[in-house]
Ligand binder design. Sequence first.
Ligand SMILES: [Zn+2]
Length: 361
Amino acid sequence: MRARRGEGGVASGDDGRRDQHATVAVADCTIGTSFAVQRPKMTALLTQPPSPASLGAPAHRHPSTWLPFDYQRVPGPIRFWLSRRLLGRGVASVSPEVAFARDQPLAAGEAVSWPLSARAALGLSHDLDTARALDPTERLLDLEERLGVRSTLFLPGELAERLAARVRGWQARGFELGLHDVRHDNRLPDLDAAALADRLARIAATAAAFEMRGFRAPSFWIRAPIIERLPAPLAYDSSLPSLRAGTHAGRVAGAGTCRPFRVGRLWELPVSLPVDDDLLRAGLGGDAGRAVLAGWLAAVQARGGVAVYVDHQEPHLSGNARGCAALEALLRGHASAGELWIAPLGAIARHLGFPAPANAE
Ligand SMILES: [Zn+2]
């Protein structure tokens, strides 16, 4: 069995124990077949993670960094209009079969060890880029509480520090806090060595202060070598889209999978569903967007993967009555179906086997 830790192969369980009752389907994307192995706590994994060359942001700087001032001083609706001109219809115009090209649908009888006998996991996450997202988030959390689900809230560290009491209150209600870098400047891959070391130290300190285990790069703008350097207590990353489409020079690229894989010692939970701003750029808000997401969810279920849902709670994106209603309809359509395990991303990573900080490699 090609089971080993770290780069390249399938990660074994962190505690090394075998659970003879856990039969898991593992797709071998290199030869396009699948086989069963015995593994504790593991769900469907790739035997060969995507190569680093296919991961992460393009080689150039993020366009927002070309401005001589903080791009978030440009009002959100104007930024959205500009991105629509630059990026076109994006991921929403591509089928999930393209996005999950590395994953084979599960054959009849293949099992995946998600809790509640679910066929797939749905990880809910919301990115709170600025303070404008705070009030819509309160309404959203009330909704999720009523529905009995919890989500992960990714915040820039500087925002979390400014609002420490408020975000710790969310944590106390069972919502997970994740780190959206220390500031939303889209510069992480382009920092020089000294600035990167300083940024990683601040990431470690913020994650420790707020008990954050997950990281998401602003604008999904990160590359695999930096994910490998994300410090403890971070244990997972969710920054790499399954499909990165758009103009970043017209290319279509991405992780190509809806299944978790390892990048260094961290779990990568790829962003597998179209993100709200992609849907909105394609004119697919509200119910139309919900219908697209339902189709992608079905594709993830067929592959036994993780559907990572991301929206933005700024009022010009999903932080409004229409966005809230669409999410409610999506969750009501699936919460009772028993085919999805709906959980914060940290719970999904923990199910896969959290590397404890003391065991960090
Ligand atoms: Zn963001």
